[in-house]
Write a protein that binds this ligand. Sequence first.
Ligand code: NDP
Length: 328
Amino acid sequence: MYLASATRYRDMRYRRCGKSGILLPAVSLGLWHNFGGVDTLENGRAMLRRAFDLGITHFDLANNYGPPYGSAEQNFGLLFRQDLAPHRDELIVSTKAGYDMWPGPYGNWGSRKYLMASLDQSLRRMGLEYVDIFYSHRPDPETPLEETMGALDQAVRSGKALYAGISNYGAEATAKAAAILRRLGTPCLIHQMKYSMFVRWSEDGLLDCLKSEGIGGIAFSPLAQGMLSDRYLNGIQAGSRAAKPWGFLKAADVDEGRVAKARALQELARERGQTLAQMALAWVLRDGVIASVLIGASSVEQVEQNVASLAKLGFSADELARIDTILA
Ligand code: NDP
């Protein structure tokens, strides 16, 4: 039986998500990889328990996380029932719909039909009455934004979700979505975007847009799927994401250019008394508009190491300039 640590709220930092009542842990845990039907359930259980014991109150899912699709939600549901159910009110659980999920014209993109059916399926798989955040996983160029945002509003009004979020929307689409949601009376709580030292497109307008709209940011793949850690500094290790046939990081993505940058960054991290992964997470959190870094992990040790990044968040101007030079 799992007994949550009595000291779980001692060290974690909580940051306000935009102009909302919600505080998110500075480090959140995503279940995209390592929680599917192909993975070891007991490793997932150990990571969820340790994460919660370290003050991680936010777990992020999507309908199609696995593989196979839906299995991460199913496994989360099982582990939630066995371990975390007494703590439901201490948790922020999110899910999403927007990518390929089931065959035919109603299992993808952004229609009301897809979003509402998918949310019902997600709730059944996880055994939850509601999720805290329901996201439109990506913008749909064919469906009117009013319809997609209307579905998020309906999800909240029906009590199946407490807050609405969007993911992978550019700055312009974000401003439009925020205006529609505001008009509907369900403000956009959060934007989930890919953001790391290696992927900085959100600095070209999106982060400013979030600030002016009062939307919180949560950065996914802050370690560039492991490229911003020691994982690939000496080739592709067995058991790493790039070595797995179902991993979204492909061997070809581990290119010498990025590995060389990671090596140079690791030297700076060492001078700061951190690992590269810890410095990479601290760097994403340097702007307060990012409420949380949404990490993935394949072991309890990675969860622990990543949470320990909070021990040193600040950067000197010189360090930031050196990082920009390395990344240029
Ligand atoms: P990361 O960039 O944090 O990559 C996680 C991977 O990095 C781990 O699986 C592990 O790889 C490696 N890693 C983590 N910590 C360490 C460490 N301390 N030392 C060495 N290696 C480490 O994030 P993800 O790409 O996993 O994305 C995180 C979450 O973001 C997802 O679970 C999901 O919730 C969300 N997401 C959302 C998307 C969207 O479209 N909205 C898209 C993608 C992700 P290894 O397995 O090799 O050990």
